[in-house]
Design a binder for this molecule. Structure first.
Ligand code: RIB
Ligand code: CA
Length: 312
């Protein structure tokens, strides 16, 4: 079986960390590179956190690139209140020693995609879409080299998690999201409506600890910290686990369900900035541009995630 070539664009973030670990533990995927973007934490932390996570996984040969330090138009807003000052609070990571790649992430993304075949590479977007959008603006021809963009972002019946209308990844850089959602690329969206079904309950948290490996203990620590903010906010018995759903979709698409609809990004009003507006019933006549997932078999998701994390 030829591994599926992927690029992971990320703003680690504990949930990003588990997504990266899941990808690195899965032989079905070939991680060509990890491109860091400012989001949960500023870029110097998101890139060094990406390297910390690769070293935790024993993947010191992974290629990590630093990308854009701020959104395309708006000022950067971060989320230390959720992820802690390090972005990976809950586990004490040593300073990374593996090298950061010298190329800018956007330059590397363009170069890698232009050297690829038609529809060859899958982009996994776990943070604000600044890097992806800047690459598309810089070199529009990369769009034909993209097999699919699978991203965590947006919210529909669950509303937003930053404003009543907008989810963090889209809200941080709504203009980048508009570039990506109008790119014509095959787009699969995993919104809050799905990730809020994938709760890290105490029993699931214990399963990470019971793996008994350094990686299992690190995941237990990170998730123990990370879940607290959302548990108090939503009053649930666990925190939603967002970004690993993107990688799980590549590994087991059958545990998800969704609908192909037209989605547009709202960028005109401060109150609704970053809203993902889905035409569920085709009333606008706008052509569908995105498959929006709205269901997940959360038990199967955690079984997959924990089984793969245990391999590291
Ligand atoms: O809204 C959740 C998303 O924003 C996740 O990707 C989380 O890591 C943050 O980037
Ligand atoms: Ca993220």
């Amino acid at each position: 079986m030829t591994p599926r070539p992927i690029v992971i664009d990320t703003d680690p973030g504990q949930d990003d960390a588990l997504a990266i670990l899941l990808a690195l533990a899965s032989p079905e995927l070939a991680v060509l590179g990890i491109t860091a973007v400012a989001g949960n934490v500023p870029l110097p932390l998101s890139e060094s956190n990406a390297r910390r996570i690769c070293e935790l996984a024993g993947a010191r040969d992974a290629k990590v690139f630093a990308g854009c330090p701020r959104p395309m138009v708006r000022a950067l807003t971060t989320a230390e209140e959720v992820h802690g000052q390090t972005g990976l609070d809950g586990h004490d990571f040593p300073e990374p020693t593996m090298a950061l790649q010298p190329d800018h992430a956007v330059d590397w993304m363009v170069e890698t995609l232009m050297a690829a075949g038609e529809r060859e590479i899958t982009l996994c977007a776990l943070g604000p879409l600044t890097n992806l959008a800047m690459a598309m603006v810089m070199e529009p021809r990369i769009r034909s080299r993209i097999r699919e963009i699978v991203m965590m972002g947006g919210g529909f019946s669950d509303g937003g998690n930053v404003t009543p209308a907008a989810e963090f990844n889209i809200h941080v850089d709504p203009h980048a999201a508009q570039v990506v959602f109008t790119s014509g690329c095959k787009l699969t969206l995993i919104p809050l409506d799905v990730t809020h079904q994938a709760l890290t309950t105490p029993a699931r948290l214990e399963r990470f600890r019971a793996i008994g490996t350094p990686v299992g203990r690190a995941c237990h620590g990170m998730l123990s910290f990370y879940r607290r903010h959302d548990m108090s906010k939503y009053g649930t018995d666990g925190g939603p686990l967002h970004d690993p759903c993107v990688i799980a979709y590549l590994l087991a698409p059958e545990i998800f369900d969704g609908k192909h609809v037209a989605v547009e990004i709202e960028i005109s009003s401060e109150k609704t900035m970053g809203t993902t507006l889905a035409d569920w019933w085709g009333v606008t006549g706008a052509p569908p541009n995105c498959t929006v997932m709205n269901a997940i078999d959360d038990a199967a998701f955690y079984d997959l995630l924990i089984e793969r994390i245990a391999r590291l």
